[in-house]
Design a protein around this ligand. Sequence first.
Ligand SMILES: [Zn+2]
Length: 293
Amino acid sequence: MERRQVIPPGMTPAGDSAEVRPAHAITEVPVGQPTDERAGQVRVPGGTSTVRVPFLEHPIWRQRFPWLVQGVTGAGGSRPFDLALSGEARPRDVLERWEALGRATGAIRVVHGQQVHGVVIRLHGEGPAGLHISPRTDGHATRVPGVLLTVSVADCVPVSLVAPERRAVVLLHGGWRGIAAGIAERGVEFLSARLDARVHELYAHLGPAICGSCYQVGPEVHRSLRLPEPARPESIDLRAILAGRLRGAGIQEAHLTASTYCTLCSGGAFFSHRGGRTERQVTVLGISTRGCV
Ligand SMILES: [Zn+2]
């Protein structure tokens, strides 16, 4: 399996050699392949139809946590798999894709939020089947098998947190505003304080997002994130910043991974807001109903 090291901001290669000696490093993993897909049955007049769902899993987590439902939808090539609920696609088509995603992942109840770059995290229990949308919510948590947590992104970072001993999960929408407001730390605290997980057992993954070369932002964003304030726009690496915050909240280095994909420069496997796309992919996290170990 391919493994590379990602260098957090402020760290530089040692000397002129290619060898780098970061103080901290995340395990970077390719999250599936852009051609991966699953089949989801959807209801249509007079019966059912099969929709192909471009779907990429975290390969290490698939092996380590077979009881987990986890992954991210892809852009889908010539037929965009757009899940934006307030985008430009026909609502009927978008809702059909959501239904297919739920079926393809074995979900009973799919929860999503009206994302506002805030820090509200909602705990989801059992409830009516189908898609449920919470108002003003950027974080979701559950311990109930069959409840599928989702966040939509197109450059922001989806943050997946797993507490294996408690079988509890949290999924966060990590844009710069939410990161500055402390959503990562809130997610760890939620698992610890509300769901009784031990912080040192937690695993975290930072999904496909815009990379540290592509994401140029103004001085005010640097200031909000408590980074040195540049005189002019400079790029930042949201995943490296999140990794630092998660480490600060107590997540073990060995339990932290990040996707290798950039939504903007990795060849169109994902939608990118900065790339001019209005579509959205969705990251999912939940506990399987299959009852496996
Ligand atoms: Zn990039």
